[in-house]
Write a protein that binds this ligand. Structure first.
Ligand code: GDP
Ligand code: MG
Length: 442
């Protein structure tokens, strides 16, 4: 998509006089590229109308950077489509929330329920899982296996065949036990069937969920809108999770899901493993959709704030794919130097939502500083190692904890952060690094 859009924009740059016709041609090409990325036809149409309204042809006259103006317009429009205008329900620790998951069979509900539980437990919640899927053979075993692995209390039945009864009993049980995040996994069907929607209505009626999350496989293409709408029409969906973003899908379906449910995307599933789950952030997602990579915008900004002479070597190392603790350390230093430049953060791949949640910059900075103190207690060999396995040795972790005056779990947290970032940055391997102002790599 990125390639196609930039080709369309490139053409515009070559035209000296921009008339309505040239603008329309460019928009047509962008439309085609968006459709190929699974953005729904209806959304593409409204996007084109809005671009025509917002882009002033005189801005596109000679002397202006037409490509950048158009690119910004497309970018802003897509960001707008992903913002339903209201945030999703906020969970509160200690308040007994019920969260119900819905979606077609195979969309990733069961996997995502466990990821969601695991993620929130790390944040201090007491999650529990209820398996209200009696449709799929082995559904309970699957949930049981996942829950056991993640060490999360679960409830289900091998004998009860009514999912509504199980859901009710499970929620009651965990309410009594003091769980503050009761997650109800439901069954799916291969197709959008009336019986499924009736079942969802009944389960929702007895469990009275505070939040219903629609789980959607990113690879379903143009079917996204109808599917999301069908669920929204039967139960009050309040949030969306898009799964299998690690596959080939570009993720344009996310825009449809937001439009159909009028609810925000809150997380992305990026693999089968429990930790392959990330909070959703609009701007990096749109960059990825447009093929710009979070990288380009980030680079443009970082050149402005970080002394240039520090960068080439670092960037070189990153494009080689070797992310070490020392690089993380240097990145942290840069981040602290940049101060409250949140815009920059929102563009650094991987850093954004996790490491620097909006509104919690102070705490995040303190956390980064704490990590740096621990890294100061590491040996050069450790800082320069590209082998994360090195840090599965307890004696090493203990030594670093003692040396830096921190707890073992703090060191573990820092190592986990390193592993997470290392994974994100490894995707940068082989990437051409754009120079400041050079957008041709997009
Ligand atoms: P359910 O039928 O909706 O409960 O879906 P499952 O949770 O059973 O998932 C269906 C398949 O998709 C399983 O093989 C999962 O491992 C896989 N899956 C779920 N989420 C992801 C993801 O984010 N990435 C990848 N690659 N696979 C996923
Ligand atoms: Mg399931």
């Amino acid at each position: 998509l990125g390639g196609k859009i930039s080709a369309a924009l490139q053409k515009m740059n070559n035209v000296t006089v921009i008339d309505q016709k040239a603008l329309q041609e460019c928009i047509n090409e962008i439309n085609r590229a968006l459709l190929q990325s699974d953005v729904s036809f209806k959304l593409v149409q409204s996007l084109a109308t809005n671009i025509k309204k917002t882009v002033d042809p005189s801005d596109l006259a000679a002397g202006h950077n037409k490509r950048k103006i158009m690119q910004q317009a497309v970018f802003n429009e897509l960001c707008g489509l992903l913002d339903p205008g209201k945030p999703s329900y906020t969970l509160k620790k200690g308040k007994q929330c019920v969260v119900m998951f819905v979606g077609l069979q195979g969309s990733g509900k069961t996997t995502t329920c466990t990821k969601y539980a695991h993620y929130h437990r790390k944040k201090g919640f007491k999650p529990s899982l209820v398996c209200a899927d009696t449709f799929r053979a082995g559904a309970f075993d699957q949930l049981k296996q996942n829950a056991t692995k993640a060490n999360i209390p679960f409830y289900g039945s091998y004998t009860e065949t009514d999912p509504v009864v199980i859901a009710q009993l499970g929620v009651e049980k965990f309410k009594k036990e003091g769980s503050d995040l009761i997650i109800v996994d439901t069954s799916g069907r291969h197709k959008q069937e009336a019986s499924l929607f009736e079942e969802m209505r009944q389960v929702s009626e007895v469990t009275k969920p505070d939040l219903i999350i629609f789980v959607m496989d990113s690879s379903i293409g143009q079917a996204a809108f109808d599917q999301a709408q069908a669920f929204k029409q039967s139960v009050p969906v309040g949030a969306v999770i898009i799964t299998k973003m690690d596959g080939h899908a570009k993720g344009g379906g996310a825009l449809s899901a937001v439009a159909a449910t009028k609810s925000p995307v809150i997380y992305l599933g990026t693999g089968e493993h429990m930790d392959e789950f990330e909070p959703f952030d609009v701007k990096p997602f749109v960059s990825r959709l447009l093929g710009m990579g979070d990288w380009s915008g980030f680079m443009d900004k970082i050149h402005d704030v970080v002394p240039m002479d520090q960068q080439p070597e670092l960037l070189q190392k990153l494009s080689e794919g070797s992310f070490t603790l020392r690089i993380m350390y240097e990145q942290f230093q840069n981040i602290l130097k940049m101060g409250p430049l949140n815009q920059v953060f929102s563009m650094i791949p991987g850093f954004s939502a996790e490491l620097m949640p909006k509104g919690r910059e102070k705490e995040s900075q303190a956390r980064i500083k704490k990590f740096m103190v621990m890294m100061d207690s590491m040996t050069n060999a450790e800082l320069d190692s590209t082998n994360p396995k090195l840090f599965s040795e307890p004696s090493r972790i203990n030594r670093i904890a003692r040396g830096s005056g921190h707890r073992v779990q703090d060191v573990q947290e820092m190592i986990d952060e390193y592993k997470r970032l290392s994974k994100v940055w490894s995707k940068m391997k082989g990437l051409k690094i754009p120079k400041k102002g050079d957008m041709s790599a997009l």
